[in-house]
Design a protein around this ligand. Sequence first.
Ligand code: 7TS
Length: 415
Amino acid sequence: MTYTQTKPLADAVRDDFPILQQQINGKPLVYLDNAATSQKPRQVLNAWRYYYENDNANVHRGAHSLSTRATEAYEAARAKVAQFIGASSPREIVFTRNATEAINLVAYSWGLNNLQQGDEIILSVMEHHSNLVPWQMIAQKTGAILKFVPLTPLETFDIEAYKQLISTKTKLVTVVHVSNTLGCVNPVTDIVTIAHNYGAKVLIDACQSVPHLPMDVQAIDCDWLVASGHKMCAPSGIGFLYGKERILEEMPPFLGGGEMISEVFLDYSTYGDLPHKFEAGTPAIGEAIALGSAIDYLNNLGMDSIHTYEEELTCYLLEKLTNIPRLRIYGPLENRAALASFNVEGIHSSDLATLLDNDGIAIRSGHHCTQPLHHLFKASGSARASLYFYNTREEIDRFVVALRETIDFFSDVLV
Ligand code: 7TS
């Protein structure tokens, strides 16, 4: 597979994804649930399989050849992650199970040890539960106070309200880069600059941005950033935390056990160097290596090309959806990522998703782990179509035709 600018990106990559070649309910699968998890190309599946067929051994332990090879491949994957997001060193990358675990690592290691009664944490109302519930837990334990940046009338991050909320009491700002429900792209560089002026640290939840946009953590200057491999063509069970080296050095370990120690005595232990002091126990070695392969795959396509292609596809999707009567899209219509959450008046989102599945079309329905946002919208849930670089205009056409038919069907029933 080599991508050339002369044909749409999806045409060049489609054959790499075996799962997309199937029929669901007698119709070709249209997979539009990429914000939940992406599909995996053959190259990544092969890298994972190659590791288990050739190199499988535990890492950082044995002197034998397999262990050396496994360790080298695992550490090479870490270096690829560092390069992919613009970190200054692989020491700044900690492998975790997923973004949720990475946020909990920061919450329990840094939050529990640095926050006190009356300190403030600023989040936004659009946070995924993964970047909300851990901070509620830490606030309960430390007495810190959670403050929430509201939405603008256009349903984007209200930076003016943020400027009003922040003060010298703010110790942490933790916000999502791209909302998995609203699709808005938040001004993270400005958010960080403002936070640093008040001496606050910043964590960016980049789950929905790292798979889709070129990323440069040094340009953003965030203190931590988290993402999940499974949303960027890698298997589930692997994610990562980026942290500035100086800050990670100061943080105590989150989990204790093997792999993370330097020396162990019966009554105390000393801890390993970065990033190993945060990776207790045998890690997801094959999955980390497959994440490295997913990064090679994305780099080969080019993140700029992926972003440009998805922008075109998103415009097309929004144009089609905004023409459907009684359909309300959440979030802004400009400067947004490749997803659209919506409701159709009088029809439950899960009924829409179930009927679309009859046509082989996979969309998500529910609260997308952003219940507070849905409370704000006075909706129990919404339907969501989310795209990736292997989706096509033809798939969007099929989705929109099936959606219109479904709406007509319900309208007839309701009359
Ligand atoms: N943050 C954001 C913005 C997300 O979209 C998700 C997953 C997470 C954090 C958590 O990722 P995990 O890999 O640790 O579970 N979002 C979704 C979704 O929108 N539908 O299913 C999962």
